[in-house]
Ligand binder design. Structure first.
Ligand code: ATP
Length: 390
C-alpha cells in the first residue's frame, strides 16, 4: 500500500502537436479509491499508462510513497494494471496466467506461488477454473481472472483501465460491487479509469474529471455533483445532464432577476442559496439546474416565480417521468432542429399531455450560474453560508 503523487505531469505525442496530458497535479492517499473520468481522448489512459511505466512523461514526476519512480522500469514498479481486454495468454491455463507475473518478478517457490494463486482465485470465486484455458471462460470469468492476477502480486497500486466495458449491463453492476469489495478488503490504493460518469460516481471515494488533458475538478462524488466548478463538469456529471439556459441577470438587493436571453421568461431568485447571487454583476450568464431540481405544476399563469414551458415529450421511467420541455408557451422543437432540451424529472403522477403549457420553478438552493465566456461557476460571495446544499 502506498500514496501516489502526480506532479505537473505532461505527455505530448507527435512532436508536441498532441498534448494528451497537460500539467496534471494529483495527490492520492494510501488506500484511496480514485476514479478518473472524462470524454474520449481526454488523457485518461495516457495518465494511467504513465503511472504503470508503459509511457514516459514528457515532463513532470510520479512519486509512490514519496519515492520518485518516474525513471523506474515498468517491471520494477509495484503496480498492477487491469485492462478492458483482459490480456490473458490464450494457451496458458488460468493457474499459469495468474502465476506468470509472480514467476517473472519474485523469487517465490512453486508451492508459495501456487498457494498465492489459489488464495486470489478463491477471493474472486474462480478456484474451480484454474485448470481451464481462457477460451473456455465467459467474459465475466475472464475479467475475474484478470483481477485475480492483479491481486496475487499484492501491489502497492492498482490501476484499472475501463475494466468492465466489455461486459453486459447486469454483469457490470455485479463486477463494480466486487471490485469495490475487493479494494476495501485489501485497502490497495487504486486508480480506476472510465468514461462512464455513473460508474465513476458510484465507485470512487473521490472522482477526478479530465477534459482535453487538463484536470477540471476533483473531490468526493456528491460534492462535485452539488458544486461543479465549471459548466463542463456540471454537464458531464449526472444523468440526465444538467439543464443550461442563457440568461441576462439583473441583480437587486436580496436576489437576482434572470431574464431568458430569448425573451421567453423572467424569473426572480430570492431565497436560499440563490439569493446570494444578488451580489453578482449584471449581464449574460448561463443558468444551470438539474432535472430533479425542477418543480412542475399544471396551469398556464406565469409569474416572476415560475416559468411557462411547453411539453414536448413525456418519458416514463418507472418511478418518475422525464418531461422534455420548451421554455415559453410554444413548442419550438418542430421548427428548430437543435432546440435545446430542457428536462424535468417529476413524480410519475405528473403526466401532462404533449403540447400542454405547464409552470416550472427551481429549487433555489440548487441553482447554478456560469460565466458565459469562461464557463466558470459563479460563486456568490456567501453562498455556502446562506444554506449549505444537501
Ligand atoms: P478513450 O476513453 O477514448 O480511451 P482517453 O481519455 O483514454 O480516451 P488517451 O487514450 O489517453 O485518451 O488519449 C489522449 C490523446 O492522446 C488523444 O488525442 C489520443 O489520440 C492521443 N494519443 C494517445 N496515445 C497516442 C500515441 N501513442 N500516439 C499519438 N497520439 C496518442
Amino acid at each position: 500500500m502506498a500514496s501516489l503523487e502526480l506532479k505537473s505531469l505532461r505527455k505530448e505525442f507527435d512532436g508536441g502537436s498532441i498534448v494528451a496530458v497537460d500539467d496534471l497535479n494529483l495527490e492520492i492517499e494510501d488506500g484511496e479509491f480514485v476514479t478518473v473520468v472524462g470524454p474520449s481522448g481526454c488523457g485518461k489512459s495516457t495518465t494511467l499508462r504513465m503511472i504503470a511505466g508503459l509511457e514516459r512523461p514528457t515532463s513532470g514526476r510520479i512519486h509512490v510513497d514519496g519515492a520518485d519512480i518516474t525513471d523506474v522500469h515498468a517491471r520494477h514498479r509495484d503496480v498492477a494494471m487491469v485492462f478492458q481486454n483482459y490480456a490473458l495468454y490464450p494457451h496458458k491455463t488460468i493457474q499459469q496466467n495468474m502465476a506468470f507475473g509472480l514467476r517473472m518478478s519474485t523469487d517465490m517457490s512453486a508451492e508459495e506461488r501456487e498457494q498465492r494463486v489459489y488464495d486470489a482465485a478463491e477471493m474472486m470465486g474462480i478456484e474451480d477454473l484454474l485448470d481451464d484455458t481462457p477460451g473456455e471462460l465467459s467474459g465475466g470469468q475472464k475479467q475475474r481472472v484478470a483481477l485475480g492476477r492483479a491481486i496475487v502480486r499484492e501491489p502497492d497500486v492498482f490501476l484499472f483501465d475501463e475494466p468492465l466495458s466489455n461486459l453486459d449491463a447486469k454483469l457490470r453492476t455485479t463486477m463494480r460491487t466486487e471490485i469495490q469489495r475487493l479494494q476495501e478488503e485489501l485497502g490497495i490504493t487504486s486508480v480506476y479509469v472510465t468514461h462512464d460518469q455513473e460508474e465513476a460516481m458510484t465507485m470512487g471515494d473521490r472522482i477526478v474529471i479530465l477534459n482535453d488533458g487538463e484536470l477540471q475538478q476533483t473531490g468526493k462524488p456528491t460534492h462535485v455533483y452539488q458544486n461543479p466548478t465549471n459548466q463542463f463538469v456540471a454537464g458531464f456529471v449526472g444523468s440526465p445532464s444538467m439543464n443550461f439556459v442563457d440568461v441576462e441577470a439583473d441583480p437587486f438587493d436580496g436576489g437576482v432577476r434572470l431574464n431568458g436571453a430569448d425573451g421567453s421568461f423572467s424569473y426572480d431568485l430570492t431565497s436560499g442559496r440563490a439569493s446570494a447571487f444578488g451580489d453578482i454583476a449584471g449581464g449574460s450568464y448561463v443558468l444551470g439546474i438539474r432535472p430533479e431540481h425542477v418543480a412542475v405544476s399544471e396551469g398556464d399563469v406565469a409569474g416572476t416565480d415560475t416559468i411557462p414551458a411547453t411539453v414536448d415529450v413525456v418519458e416514463p421511467v418507472g418511478s418518475d417521468n422525464y418531461l422534455y420541455l420548451d421554455l415559453g408557451t410554444e413548442s419550438r422543437s418542430f421548427d428548430t432542429e437543435d432546440a435545446p432540451d430542457f428536462i424535468a424529472r417529476v413524480p410519475a403522477d405528473i403526466e401532462p399531455e404533449v403540447g400542454d403549457v405547464v409552470q416550472i420553478a427551481f429549487d433555489e438552493d440548487s441553482v447554478h450560474l456560469f460565466e458565459t465566456e469562461t464557463g466558470e461557476a459563479v460563486t456568490a460571495t456567501d453562498a455556502e453560508a446562506v444554506t449549505p446544499m444537501q
